[in-house]
Design a protein around this ligand. Structure first.
Ligand code: SAH
Length: 346
């Protein structure tokens, strides 16, 4: 079966031709798919015969809402979607002044093993298809009635560990006949997989790259992020400098503040030293307490921010949204898994 929604307009047009249809059918089908139809029968301007052929040879994999939590504090909505194979993923809709932002997942689970993160505890189950990433944006918009203007790839999974599908998703979501969300409205976050960063640099996309730094020194980063043993932090800084040189785009460094682990002044000084020559932005994240994790939130966020600023760096503290719901990555899926007594899926 062809996963039709993961196809480009050109591929769908070729398929229409191979079915003996005129090429303009390609655009009609593409437009329907990107409007969020759940079956080929809803494509009312296609002949019954063509709809039948598509149903026989192609598949659509729309998710269903398994759980939905709405924050009474700020309107943040968290979705737990059930995918067509029964696996579950999370999507969060956040309402910011600069636009409505959806945070999407790129994999079912994650194999990066960061010690403080709920998404990775049970490992990776599988990659998401481009269609499954697109559907998170589309069906969040349809279900909530909120128009989405920004996307962040910061949900469950490591985007660079599923980069081919992620790149295809970006092409689709950016398409003028689809949701038409501009690259400058999209952020992609990585835990520091250097080949992925280099590939993105070569492509020169206008998206914003976020790098989950969390520690500027090898010892600490090795301890909390196993990826550092494969891609050392000094090589990561070098790749970031190259990325900036190639793309001219400022990188955003994510930094979850962990009590007594990565919140020392010397670490702020080291960040400043390593970022010299590049207009970095450090985004300090109050650590979300994950039940299974030994780490506790830092009490030194303001001091650390000042220390970074004293070196001329831009440092912000992430405003926490959805404080009354399980809004941080991986927690809702994890809860659902535990309630069902399952290790993988949901
Ligand atoms: N795999 C990608 C994207 C998903 S995680 C990455 O690592 O960048 C999105 C962000 O949330 C990352 O910066 C991640 O390190 C951070 N994060 C994970 N668990 C967290 C926690 N308990 N508290 C605060 N931030 C956390």
């Amino acid at each position: 079966m062809v996963d039709l929604k993961s196809c480009t307009l050109e591929e769908i047009t070729d398929l229409m031709r191979s079915m003996g249809e005129s090429s303009f059918r390609g655009k009609q089908v593409f437009t329907w798919l990107h409007k969020g139809v759940r079956s080929f029968d809803e494509m009312s301007n296609l002949s019954k015969t063509l709809r039948g052929k598509l149903t026989e040879t192609c598949q659509l994999t729309p998710p269903t809402v398994a759980r939905k939590q709405v924050s009474q504090l700020d309107g943040t909505i968290k979705y737990l979607w059930e995918l067509s194979d029964g696996n579950c993923i999370e999507t969060v809709l956040m309402r910011y002044h600069h636009g409505n932002t959806v945070c999407i997942s790129s994999q079912v689970g994650c194999r990066m093993g960061c010690a403080f993160c709920a998404s990775t505890i049970a490992g990776k189950v599988r990659d998401l298809t481009p269609a499954e990433m697109l559907d998170q944006v589309l069906f969040t918009q349809i279900d909530s009635g909120v128009e989405i203007s920004n996307i962040v790839l910061m949900g469950i999974g490591e985007p660079t560990d599923n980069l081919d599908h992620v790149l295809r998703f970006l092409e689709l979501v950016n398409h003028p006949d689809g949701l038409n969300i501009g690259m400058r409205h999209i952020s992609l976050s990585t835990c520091g997989v250097i080949p992925g960063i280099r590939r993105l640099a070569d492509l020169g996309l206008q998206l914003t790259l976020s790098v989950s730094l969390h520690a500027p020194d090898r010892e600490t980063r090795d301890r909390i992020m196993p990826v550092n043993r494969a891609y050392d932090v000094d090589d990561l800084f070098a790749a970031c400098h190259d990325y900036f040189k190639k793309t001219g785009r400022r990188i955003s460094f994510e930094y979850a503040m962990i009590d007594g682990v990565n919140d020392h002044d010397w670490q702020a000084d080291l960040i400043a030293k390593k970022l010299r020559g590049m207009p970095g932005h450090v985004n300090l994240i109050p650590l979300n307490d994950v039940v299974e994790s030994p780490f506790k939130p830092s009490k030194r966020i303001a001091e650390f921010q000042k220390r970074l600023e004293s070196h001329g760096l831009t440092a912000t503290v992430r405003r926490s949204l959805g404080g009354d719901i399980d809004a941080s990555c991986g927690q809702l899926r994890r809860k659902a898994m535990q309630e069902k007594g399952e290790i993988a899926g949901c």
